[in-house]
Design a protein around this ligand. Structure first.
Ligand SMILES: NC(=O)c1ccc[n+]([C@@H]2O[C@H](COP(=O)([O-])OP(=O)(O)OC[C@H]3O[C@@H](n4cnc5c(N)ncnc54)[C@H](OP(=O)(O)O)[C@@H]3O)[C@@H](O)[C@H]2O)c1
Length: 381
């Protein structure tokens, strides 16, 4: 089989190029020759790419994520296949796909990068991003690994409800990437239907996604956070009495009482930011777990003081989790296609900003300003 190409593909395309980390951004829009898909790769037309709440920090360098320069930054994306390499067995030109930014080295399971964001923690990861997979999705087109493109059922997801579809817009589908992250942690500690999961903070971008994910898995949710207004927004989602909110008051004993009002908890899921190292929720949540409870740590604080004596006596399982498995991504897509998680307006998920490539600075500023659950900012090249 030869490479398959969409007829009429242009010879060139526009992309962001980040030349160095600095504030103000050292980023410009450039025109590049169209890449060719080869064995193991796909070229996709980017229909929308995610912006993180901390993209501004990553690309100015104030959050010291390593990546090679110059490069095209980016994130997970929704795309349409433009060309596929000769070893593609199923993907075809014009197919709608979810591009997963978590790229794994094919010859080394420890070689892991986040496309457009982070070139990993070892030499093999850095090699992966230095060459073939250097450039990401803040571009009209991107060449990406074949296995990172997950086919989407376009007629189901984008089709009109009158024809049995879910009526989503292409950019609504970008929320799959937040859901994939939190399903990664929740599935890693084997959350089961009927279990009680405390999510902290449930009030942020990923925490809000975790509430939706845990509900879709059949769990009871305790949404914890400091921001009362955001907690009220989470509570308002409660249609079946499966969400309780608890204010993270900073008083461990008071918070334990609230958390365990109806008995000890099964799972503690953390997705807190770097500056939450001293938050008391680590202690209150761990001490609220039942014997044999599980703790999934997806949050970013570098160091945290934990009540290890309690963890030891109560047989608590602690699992750190970075991102997810390909199977988690397929699971999330299936849940969305079957309507177990709702996207777009149907899921109360609001796209608060949609920006063109040249508006990247506004896009990163809008991402940083997002405050609360179920919001997303996207770049539409
Ligand atoms: N493990 C992984 O694979 C993975 C993947 C993606 C992201 N992450 C991490 O997830 C973190 C959260 O990202 P996000 O986009 O959801 O951030 P976000 O939208 O800014 O939400 C973070 C929430 O944390 C709470 N918070 C802020 N400062 C705090 C403090 N000092 N103590 C306690 N809580 C605090 C705030 O809620 P309240 O004010 O209500 O408390 C805020 O809404 C990031 O730092 C990222 O590194 C991890």
């Amino acid at each position: 089989m030869a490479t398959q190409i969409t007829p009429g593909l242009p010879q060139t395309y526009r992309a962001l190029l980040l030349k160095s980390r600095r504030d103000p951004y050292d980023i410009e829009v450039v025109t590049k020759p169209m890449p060719q898909a080869g064995p193991g790769s796909v070229v996709i037309r980017i229909l929308g790419a995610n912006v993180l709440t901390y993209s501004d920090q990553i690309y100015t360098g104030s959050r010291p994520y390593p990546y090679p320069t110059p490069f095209t930054p980016g994130c997970s994306a929704i795309g349409r296949v433009s060309s596929v390499g000769p070893d593609a067995t199923t993907l075809q030109p014009s197919q709608l796909v979810f591009f997963d930014l978590f790229i794994r080295g094919r010859d080394n399971p420890d070689s892991l990068i986040l496309s457009g964001v982070f070139d990993g923690l070892n030499a093999a990861s850095k090699k992966l991003m230095a060459g073939e997979w250097r450039n990401s999705t803040y571009a009209e087109y991107a060449k990406v690994p074949l296995e990172n493109c997950f086919p989407l059922n376009e007629s189901l997801l984008l089709g009109s409800p009158a024809d049995g579809g879910l009526g989503y817009r292409e950019t609504d589908l970008l929320y799959l990437s937040k859901l994939a992250v939190v399903f990664g942690g929740l599935r890693d500690v084997d959350v089961r239907a009927g279990e009680t999961v405390v999510i902290v903070p449930a009030t942020g971008a990923f925490g809000g996604a975790a509430v939706l994910a845990a509900l879709a898995m059949g769990a009871q949710v305790i949404a914890m956070g400091r921001n009362q207004e955001a907690l009220e927004k989470v509570k308002a989602l409660d249609r079946n009495g499966r969400i309780r909110t608890v204010h993270n008051s900073g008083d461990v004993e008071v918070d334990i009482q609230e958390l365990t009002k109806y008995g000890p908890l099964d799972v503690f899921f953390d997705i807190s930011p770097e500056n939450a190292s001293n938050s008391t929720h680590f202690k209150s949540c761990i001490r609220s777990l039942r014997r044999g409870g599980r703790f999934s740590m997806m949050g970013a604080p570098k160091e945290v003081s934990l009540p290890v004596y309690v963890m030891m006596h109560n047989d608590i399982t602690f699992k750190g989790k970075w991102m997810y498995t390909p199977d988690d991504v397929r699971f999330v897509i299936k849940l969305a296609e079957r309507g177990f998680v709702k996207l777009g307006e149907a899921g109360d998920i609001q796209t608060v900003g949609k920006f063109a490539l040249e508006e990247f600075a506004d896009a990163f500023a809008a991402g940083a300003k997002m405050s609360g659950p179920w919001l997303q900012t996207v770049i539409v090249p």
